[in-house]
Design a binder for this molecule. Structure first.
Ligand code: HMG
Ligand code: MG
Length: 314
């Protein structure tokens, strides 16, 4: 049997956070259910961030409440938490559900100081200090913790970022006790060679294996696909042992704080593309591509219809 690769769909979070207009919470719940039905391993459902910073995701608690009727089986639901307030929001969801509806929370920082300030109003060091109590609380509550590092190849404001800077912040995150690292090519500048350089530095510096002893991947690659190179970056990362990737149905996505004047942040690699690349390389996933196609159509219609009143022509 071929080796399994973990697929996380981040479209309800990364995919929708950059969208204006109103996407009804029911529509988001339908998208999460469609992704779950398509067999992805994890869905990044939303963010407990300030609604002033990511207005589209201001309904995170309502969305999870809507999903809580059906206990997720065979899929992990996760959410972003930038600070203690966000962590409280995630724990309140689980308390209200009466079980661990959210099984994983993700903290996020960057290898670029400017991006860190723009995205979270904090220096890299300040974000890490913020995370200390967040991670402790999450682990105490039995949640798994993912730590994102953005701008692993380039920053929209600073340009090229060195692999050493990525390795440094990755090591500091792991020292805080996160279970797994997620390396984000926020603006899709990666090439197979630059991905390799980052992975080599990070793995050397952190002593991290691509998979942890319990077999769960300890390292994920999160690619945005500006220049159509994400697929070849995935191939190279597979060769280097990475067994976990993020994608977004229909290739939606982008961090609003990675947009620069006249240039909207690019979308994530499409989950369908990701699954095809992974399979072509000889690995298996749990994803049913037909069902994923339907989820992608739903995601597109949610974005296309955002802001339209019911009854308006589509
Ligand atoms: P701040 O303004 O410095 O925070 O923002 P603050 O503590 O001064 O609070 C300001 C206001 O926000 C207060 O409300 C707080 O209560 C409220 P007010 O009293 O003014 O009405 N607040 C919150 N509300 C709800 N939930 C919270 C929360 N925290 C504070 N958790 C903060 C700091 C971190 C909160 C802000 O910068 C923020 O929310 N940033 C998030 C930005 C974001 O969501 N970016 C996109 C996700 S990252 C990404 O896309 C990259 C990734 O995909 C990987 C990659 O591609 O590289 C992961
Ligand atoms: Mg992203």
């Amino acid at each position: 049997m071929s080796e399994r690769v973990r697929i996380t769909d981040v479209s309800p979070r990364d995919g929708l956070q950059n969208e204006g207009g109103v996407i009804p919470t029911e529509g988001k719940a339908a998208l999460v259910r469609a992704l779950t039905g398509a067999g992805v391993d994890e869905v990044e459902v939303s963010s407990f961030v300030s609604p002033r910073w990511a207005p589209q995701l201001g309904d995170a608690a309502e969305l999870f409440a809507m999903l809580s009727d059906e206990r997720p089986v065979g899929v992990v639901y996760s959410a972003l938490v930038p600070n203690e307030r966000g962590m409280e929001g995630a724990l309140a969801v689980n308390a209200a559900a009466g079980y661990g509806l959210i099984r994983k929370v993700s903290v996020f920082t960057a290898a670029s100081e400017t991006f860190s300030r723009r995205n979270t109003n904090a220096t890299i060091a300040q974000t890490l200090e913020r995370f200390r109590p967040v991670i402790a609380r999450a682990l105490e509550a039995g949640l798994r913790v993912r730590g994102y590092v953005s701008c692993i190849v380039a920053c929209p404001f600073e340009g090229a970022i060195s692999p050493a800077a990525v390795a440094d912040v990755s090591a500091r995150l792991l020292d805080l006790g996160i279970d797994e690292l997620d390396l984000g090519d926020t603006i899709g500048h990666a090439t197979p060679d630059s991905v390799e350089a980052v992975l080599i530095d990070v793995l050397e510096r952190t002593n991290l294996g691509p998979t942890s002893r319990d077999g769960d991947p300890s390292l994920t690659l999160h690619l945005h696909d500006t220049f159509g190179r994400a697929g070849s970056c995935v191939e190279r990362a597979l060769e280097l042992g990475v067994r976990s990737f993020d994608g977004s149905v229909a290739g939606l996505g982008g961090c609003p704080y990675a947009s620069t004047p006249g240039k909207r942040a690019p979308g994530n690699v499409a989950t369908g593309t990701l699954v095809e690349v992974v399979r072509r390389a000889g690995y298996s996933t749990g994803v049913d591509l037909d069902a994923l196609g339907k989820a992608a159509a739903l995601a597109r219609s949610l974005v296309d219809n955002a802001g339209r009143e019911p009854g308006d022509p589509a």
